[in-house]
Design a protein around this ligand. Structure first.
Ligand code: HEM
Length: 513
C-alpha cells in the first residue's frame, strides 16, 4: 500500500468514481481484491429479534473467518478465525481495547477490571489476580458445597410436593449467593429471601443487558434519566448496591485493622476469606471508587456467567441420559455421600469434561468485544485504527472446519487422560474464558464451582424437562439466556451407596487370587 493508497484515498475524496479508481489501482499494485475484507450483504434487521450471534454464524459460513457487517453508519468486523483471534487477544493485544463494551458497562462497572484499559487495567490486574490464589480457591470449595446444599434442600421440597421447578432462576440465585460471599463476604441468601438488595442486583443486570442490545444509547439523553421511571429505578438500585458495598468495605477495614496482620502471598482470613478482605489486607485504598468498581465487576462477572453455564449444562444433560449415567457413576464412586473437597476436583474428570463440553456449545459470553487502537494487519488484511470487533466465540466453538460433529454434545471428545482443554492447548479454537493477558481471572474458581454444583445435584436427583415445559430457546444479554426458563421435573435418586475408590482395587485384588 503506502503511496498508492494515499493517492487513491485522496482522489476518492476529490470525487473520482470508486470503480474507475479500483480499476487503475488494481493495475498499479495488482492485488487489491486480496486485501479487501469480505463485506456481508443483505438484511440484518433480524438481529434485534433473535439471539444476534445466530445470524452471525450463518454469515460466517458464507463469508469466512473475517468479514465486515454494516448497519447504517456503524460497521463491525466479525472474527471467527482462531489465528486472527489469537493475534487480537494475545500476540498483539496491546493494540486493542474493550471499545464499546467499556461504553456500555460504564454506568455499573466504571473503570473495573473488565472494561478498564491501559495503565488502570495493568495496575488493577496486578492487584486482583493474587487474591484468587490456590489456597483461596480451595477455601471456596466448602462454600460451593454449602450453597449447593441449600439448593438441594429446596429441590427436595419440590420433589416431595411433585412440583416442577424453573432451574434458570434457581441457578441465578445459587451463583449470586456464592459470588456475594466469595467476593465481599456478603450473604445475599437469595435462594431463601427476596430482599431489596437482591432485587437491586437484578435491576442493574437487566439494564446492562438492555444496553448491550440497544440500537441507540437513549440513556445518554439528559432528560431521559430524570423522567423515565425505569432509569430512576436503575439509579436507586445502583445507589443501594454502592451503599451496601461501602458498608462492607468499612466492616472489612475494621476487621483488618484489628488483625495481627501477617500479610503474605497466600494470605486467607479464616473468618472472611473474601477477595475484598485480601485486597484490603494487601493495602488497597478503601476510599477509592476503583475498589467499588472492581467489586461490582466481579459480582456481575462471576454471577451471570456461572448461572448460564449451569442452565445450559442441565439442558444438554436432559437430552443425553447416557451422559447422565456416566456422570452419576463417577460422582457416586468419587464422592459417595461426602461434601466435595479440593482433592476431588482432580478426580471428578468426567464431570469436568461435561462442563468443558457445555462451555464449548454455550460459551458465556458468546462474543468478545474489542476496538483497534492502531492500524494493524490481520492475516492478509490491513485494518485501520478505530475498528470495532466482535470475536465470535460461538462461531469458533461450533465451526464445522474446526470440530468433528461440531453441534453434538459429546463430552467424550475430551479424553479423560488428556489435558483439560483451554485456549492454549486448543490453539484458540476454544475460548470459554477468553485468552491472552485479559483472560478471565476467575476461570479456576468458576470451573470448580460448576463441578461442585453439577456433582452434588446429579448425585441426589434426576432431572427431566417438565411435561408441557415451554420450548428452550436462546436470547442474549451479556450471556445466553433461555427465552422462557428451563422448567424441569426433579425426582429424588435412591440414595447412592458410599463406595470409596479403594474398594474397587480390593475387588480386583480379590479376583486376581
Ligand atoms: C474475564 C468468562 C467467571 C472475573 C472473562 C472473559 C471471559 C470470561 C470469556 C474474557 C473477556 C474478554 O476478553 O473480553 C467467564 C466464565 C465464567 C467466569 C464463562 C464462569 C463460568 C468469573 C468469575 C469471576 C470472573 C467467578 C470473579 C471471581 C472476571 C474478570 C475478567 C473476566 C475480572 C476481566 C479480566 C481482565 O480483563 O483482565 N471472563 N468468567 N469471571 N472474568 Fe470471567
Amino acid at each position: 500500500s503506502g503511496f498508492p493508497s494515499v493517492l487513491r484515498n485522496g482522489l476518492s475524496k476529490l470525487g473520482f468514481p470508486r470503480e474507475i479508481l479500483k480499476l487503475i489501482f488494481n493495475w498499479v499494485d495488482g492485488n487489491d481484491d486480496y486485501l479487501k475484507i469480505p463485506e456481508a450483504k443483505g438484511s440484518i434487521s433480524a438481529i434485534r429479534s433473535e439471539a444476534f450471534f445466530i445470524p452471525l454464524y450463518e454469515l460466517y459460513l458464507t463469508y469466512g473467518g473475517i468479514f465486515r457487517l454494516t448497519f447504517g453508519p456503524k460497521s463491525f468486523l466479525i472474527v471467527s478465525d482462531p489465528t486472527i483471534a489469537k493475534h487480537i487477544l494475545k500476540d498483539n493485544s496491546k493494540a486493542y481495547s474493550k471499545g464499546i463494551l467499556a461504553e456500555i458497562l460504564d454506568f455499573v462497572m466504571g473503570k473495573g477490571l473488565i472494561p478498564a484499559d491501559g495503565e488502570i487495567w495493568r495496575v488493577r490486574r496486578r492487584a486482583i489476580v493474587p487474591a484468587l490464589h490456590q489456597k483461596y480457591v480451595a477455601a471456596m470449595i466448602g462454600l460451593f458445597g454449602q450453597a449447593t446444599d441449600r439448593l438441594c434442600k429446596k429441590l427436595d421440597v419440590a420433589a416431595s410436593d411433585g412440583e416442577d421447578v424453573e432451574m434458570e432462576s434457581l441457578f441465578s440465585r445459587l451463583t449470586l449467593d456464592i459470588i456475594g460471599k466469595a467476593v465481599f463476604n456478603y450473604d445475599f441468601d437469595s435462594l431463601t429471601n427476596d430482599t431489596g438488595i437482591v432485587e437491586a442486583v437484578y435491576t442493574v443486570l437487566r439494564e446492562a443487558e438492555e444496553r448491550s442490545v440497544a440500537p441507540m444509547p437513549i440513556w445518554e439523553i439528559p432528560i431521559w434519566k430524570e423522567i423515565s421511571p425505569w432509569q430512576r429505578k436503575v439509579k436507586e438500585a445502583l445507589k443501594l448496591i454502592n451503599d451496601t458495598l461501602d458498608d462492607l468495605i468499612a466492616i472489612c477495614k475494621r476487621m483488618v485493622d484489628e488483625e495481627e496482620l501477617q500479610f503474605h502471598e497466600d494470605y486467607v482470613n479464616e473468618k472472611d476469606p473474601s477477595i475484598l478482605h485480601f485486597l484490603v489486607a494487601s493495602g488497597d485504598d478503601v476510599s477509592s471508587k476503583q475498589l467499588r468498581d472492581d467489586l461490582m465487576t466481579m459480582l456481575i462477572a462471576g454471577h451471570e456467567t456461572s448461572a448460564a453455564v449451569l442452565t445450559w449444562t442441565f439442558y444438554l444433560l436432559s437430552k443425553e441420559p447416557s451422559v447422565v449415567s456416566k456422570l452419576q457413576d463417577e460422582v457416586d464412586s468419587v464422592l459417595g455421600d461426602r461434601y466435595p473437597t479440593i482433592e476431588d476436583m482432580k478426580k471428578l474428570k468426567y464431570t469436568t469434561r461435561v462442563i468443558n463440553e457445555s462451555l464449548r456449545l454455550y460459551p458465556q459470553p458468546p462474543v468478545l468485544i474489542r476496538r483497534s487502537l492502531e492500524d494493524d494487519m490481520l492475516g492478509k488484511y490491513p485494518i485501520k485504527r478505530g475498528e470495532d470487533f466482535f470475536i465470535s466465540v460461538w462461531n469458533l466453538h461450533r465451526s464445522p472446519h474446526l470440530w468433528e460433529d461440531a453441534d453434538k454434545f459429546n463430552p467424550e471428545r475430551w479424553p479423560l487422560d488428556g489435558p483439560t482443554p483451554n485456549d492454549t492447548n486448543q490453539n484458540f479454537r476454544y475460548l470459554p474464558f477468553g485468552g491472552g493477558p485479559r483472560k478471565c481471572v476467575g476461570d479456576m474458581f468458576a470451573s470448580f464451582e460448576n463441578v461442585v454444583a453439577v456433582a452434588m445435584l446429579v448425585r441426589r436427583f434426576n432431572f427431566q424437562m417438565a411435561l408441557g415445559a415451554p420450548p428452550v430457546e436462546m436470547t442474549t444479554g451479556a450471556t445466553i439466556h433461555t427465552t422462557q426458563g428451563l422448567k424441569m421435573t426433579v425426582t429424588r435418586r435412591i440414595k447412592p451407596p458410599i463406595m470409596p475408590v479403594f474398594n474397587k482395587r480390593e475387588t480386583t485384588i480379590l479376583l486376581d487370587h
